[in-house]
Design a protein around this ligand. Structure first.
Ligand SMILES: Nc1nc2c(ncn2[C@@H]2O[C@H](COP(=O)(O)OP(=O)(O)OP(=O)(O)O)[C@@H](O)[C@H]2O)c(=O)[nH]1
Ligand SMILES: [Mg+2]
Ligand SMILES: [Zn+2]
Length: 293
């Protein structure tokens, strides 16, 4: 019996990395009865007489897991959003941030395709960078043709397990290829003219990059909050958490309540109006969510 990590799940097989070698395994054993599905990122015990015919015996407890993309045991999330093609979308970025914050996983942000911008548009992205950095997030303005931006991304990846998330076509796979050309992950050129992605990446896979592991994932176009509860939402905005003790009411949702420190922050400009608007948008979305039985 050996221990390893699932780096890919495809067509009923799990690919388990152990000591630099990958073993193709099937799922067998206890976890099946317990209705646990192995996920990429799982640390497992497996048995294999050769590299093609192994089977997984058990799965270690997970420190965290995402349903979309399906992955377990990540240290941080890299959220990639493009400056153009598809257009920069702050609402979608905030949605990703909330989903990552809700899992208490540290996010960092890459705004890609900076090489496609006019000077005026560059300034706009720089002001977004400043806004998010003020909240405490790292933001890298990147282009695959700009080695210094790739070095910055790489330095964030070393020694940790990172999941990359973002819309289709923003350049998630291209980013990894640029950092390590040996990966040669498929990327899509054809769809770029349409300004939207075409879901080129279709499975989750962990790659070894600069002493860490990075999961490339399929992009998605819509994202829902699933089981996020209303009272969890304020905790997913770090700049709200910072002032919430000054709200008059404990458990303030920073919405209709009087004497709210968050709304005061928006008034005096210390909290971004746009972030607050997105917060209210999400709040209403969760409030109006249809009950599920
Ligand atoms: N100009 C420019 N184009 C880029 C950059 N990064 C990616 N692209 C292009 O954007 C397109 C989509 O890139 P992908 O890496 O396939 O995007 P993805 O996020 O992996 O997309 P999915 O796999 O569908 O989720 C390709 O044509 C890339 O060449 C960049 O920094 N600058
Ligand atoms: Mg891809
Ligand atoms: Zn409040």
């Amino acid at each position: 019996m050996t221990t390893g990590k699932i780096i890919k799940a495809l067509a009923g097989f799990y690919y388990v990395l152990h000591d630099g070698d990958v073993y193709q395994c099937r799922g067998r054993g206890n976890f099946r009865k317990k209705k646990v599905t192995p996920l990429v990122g799982d640390n497992v015990e497996f048995k294999a007489d050769n590299q093609e015919e192994g089977y997984i015996l058990s799965i270690d407890n997970r420190k965290n897991e995402f349903v979309r993309p399906p992955i377990a045991n990540v240290d941080q999330a890299l959220i990639v959003t493009s400056a153009v093609k598809p257009d920069f979308n702050a609402l979608l970025l905030d949605r990703f941030l909330v989903l990552v914050e809700a899992k208490r996983i540290e996010p960092f942000i890459v705004i890609s395709k900076m090489d496609q911008l006019t000077d005026g548009e560059v300034k706009e992205m720089e002001s977004y960078k400043a806004m998010y950095e003020k909240i405490g997030y790292s933001v890298i303005l990147s282009s695959v043709n700009d080695p210094s931006s790739m070095d910055q991304v790489q330095s964030h990846l070393s020694g940790r397990t990172t999941v990359i998330a973002g819309q289709s076509g923003v350049g998630k796979s291209s980013l990894l290829n640029s950092i390590d050309p040996r990966l040669s992950i498929d990327t899509d050129d054809i769809s770029e003219s349409l300004g939207r992605g075409k879901h080129t990446t279709r499975h989750v896979e962990l790659y070894e990059i600069s002493g860490g592991l990075v999961a490339d994932t399929p992009g998605f176009s819509s994202l829902e909050f699933g089981d996020l509860e209303l009272d969890q939402l304020p905790e997913c905005f770090p700049e709200f958490v910072e002032v919430q003790n000054d709200c008059k009411f404990r458990g303030c949702l920073h919405n209709k309540e009087p004497k709210c420190a968050v709304k005061a922050g928006v008034e005096d400009g210390t909290i971004s109006q746009q972030r607050y608007d997105h917060y209210v948008h999400f709040l209403e979305e969760i409030q109006n969510r249809k009950p599920r039985y």
